[in-house]
Design a protein around this ligand. Structure first.
Ligand code: HEM
Length: 503
């Protein structure tokens, strides 16, 4: 190695060490919550499993006999809350301290994503405005107005299921993407190859890369941003520049389309058009940006989460014919057999609602929700929570806590039925926490319940009948690892129901 490179590397290393020392030697008397220490530089980065880290955090929590644990990745302290009490005490009751998002220099600053609904700082005045707009746009009143969209997309979904039941995941995805594109932009998608869908998918793909935990040193040591892009280690800057431009372009495509449609005088009402046309259509750049970010957030928030829940539902129904039959009887009684269930009827389907609760508990969509950041040093149960620590609520650990849900590995909607010993509603954790809790909850539930009801009203879901005994055992249930988790697929049969009235 030449003298030049040796000097550059030494300077970077010294700067990194100094910045790490400053985070390690805080003058507080209290100790951090217990947890593994790991490597002096990387922390536990190399100890984190690729699969289901939530289960590892829960086992560390048991091992250290503490619901709250801590560890370090590079110079960042991570705190994981593994029980309902610590989550409620910190993320809910101290929400003013615990509702920020961790700094992710690569995604937020280099790629220009700091203003997305998911990333925006809770201290930015726009955060409140975002939440108000999104909650307003997806609350019970608006969701009622979206009923025709939900209904139309349900009909398409059921037709697609009848034509090619094997492609059910794609059909379900098409259904929710179709709904959200119409709600956000008034845009009617043709199929999943639609230009707008590709635009949204590309945005998600790039965003996933920019946000991958532990991938970008600059996320932990922003000083690394001074590494010139032509030097080794400066590749992130070259990539960041390309991604930033691409993301900026992509987030503008659907927004500009709505504006053009509005200017032509012929457009379908949507979240974007509704807010753009307020105040007599005169809207400044700042407000327009807010609308653009919020509408973009709807697609990202809705498209994968809802698909995860419905896919889990379909596979779980194949494994539990008795639960499926009970849910179908209720749907027949309340919605009738001759017409499709309607969005206004789903609130009457109490057993189906219990099934959805159990799907969200048994197959959590976001096992670790999204990470929060604490903006001030805090103290909890005699432990120090350092300023800027990343704080994660371990949703999985709570939803599989046997003191709340006896025999948590058993799928049983009956947990939420009846008047005695009803188990806690899992939605209070499944949708995240405090001032960052999911603003799409009501809309998500209505649209998912309608798809569940429509599917059961028209189809029987079952396991294939195998002649080979080895294959005829119940398939094992497992889930993918990611911000959104999906059930791993196994073969199921979705066959049109023979209606008793038409037999
Ligand atoms: C089964 C369906 C869904 C689940 C389980 C779910 C779950 C979550 C979770 C866990 C978070 C993070 C909360 C936190 O940081 O503590 C979140 C945030 C969010 N969700 Fe959902 N979600 C679902 C559907 C939707 C839908 C349908 C939309 C919109 C149409 C949506 C929009 C959002 C947005 C915009 C945020 C960001 C909130 C913020 O950072 O302030 N979600 N969701």
């Amino acid at each position: 190695m030449s003298f030049f490179w040796l000097s550059i590397s030494s300077v970077i290393l010294v700067v990194l060490l100094i910045s790490r020392r400053s985070t390690l030697f805080k003058p507080s008397q209290l100790s951090l919550p217990p947890g593994p220490t790991g490597h002096w530089f990387y922390g536990v980065k190399n100890m984190l499993p690729r699969k289901e880290p939530w289960k590892v955090y829960a086992s560390w929590s048991r091992g250290y006999n503490s619901p709250i644990i801590s560890f370090r990745i590079y110079n960042r302290t991570i705190i994981v809350l593994n029980d309902a009490k610590s989550v409620s005490d910190l993320l809910e009751h101290r929400a003013s301290l615990y509702s920020d998002r961790p700094n992710q220099y690569m995604s937020q600053t280099i790629c220009g994503r700091s203003k997305t609904v998911f990333n925006i700082s809770s201290q930015d005045p726009h955060h409140r405005i975002y939440r108000r707009l999104v909650q307003q746009g997806l609350g019970p009143k608006r969701t009622k107005l979206y009923s025709p969209i939900l209904q139309e997309e349900l009909t398409k979904l059921l037709e697609n299921l009848e034509q090619s039941p094997k492609g059910f995941v794609q059909h379900v995805r098409r259904n929710f993407v179709g709904v959200v594109m119409k709600v956000a932009y008034g845009y009617n998608i043709d199929d999943l190859n639609d230009t707008f869908v590709s635009v949204a998918e590309e945005t998600m793909k790039i965003t996933d890369k920019t946000m991958a935990n532990g991938s970008w040193l600059v996320d932990y040591y922003p000083i690394a941003r001074y590494i010139p892009s032509f030097l080794p280690g400066g590749e992130f800057k070259r990539l960041g520049k390309v991604w930033r431009e691409r993301l900026r372009y992509l987030s503008d495509v659907p927004h500009q389309w709505v504006k053009q449609q509005m200017a032509s005088g012929s457009y379908t009402e949507s979240f974007t058009s509704e807010f753009l046309s307020q105040e007599g259509g005169v809207i400044d750049e700042e407000k327009e940006d807010i609308i653009r970010w919020c509408a973009g957030g709807l697609y990202v928030g809705a498209s994968d989460t809802t698909v995860s829940a419905v896919t889990s539902f379909i596979l779980l129904m194949a494994l539990h014919p008795e639960i499926q039959a009970r849910a179908r009887t209720e749907i027949d009684e309340i919605c009738g057999q001759d017409q499709l269930p309607r969005a206004s009827q789903v609130e009457l389907l109490t057993y189906l609602q219990a099934v959805l609760k159990e799907v969200l508990r048994f197959a959590p969509v976001g096992n670790l929700a999204l990470p929060h950041r604490v903006i001030e040093e805090d103290e909890y149960n005699g432990y120090r929570i350092p300023k800027n620590a990343t704080v994660m609520g371990n949703v999985w650990a709570i939803l599989y806590d046997s003191s709340l849900y006896p025999e948590p590995d058993i799928f049983s909607p009956e947990r939420f039925i009846g008047t005695e010993k009803i188990q806690p509603d899992p939605r209070q954790w499944a949708f995240g926490f405090g001032r960052r809790a999911c603003p799409g909850t009501h809309f998500a539930e209505t649209s998912i319940l309608l798809v569940m009801a429509g599917t059961l009203s028209r189809f029987e879901i079952s396991l294939p009948e195998y002649t080979d005994k080895r294959e005829s055992r119940d398939p094992e249930i497992s889930f993918t690892t990611g911000i959104t988790s999906h059930i791993n697929l196994f073969d199921v049969c979705i066959t049109p129901r023979i209606m008793p009235s038409r037999r």
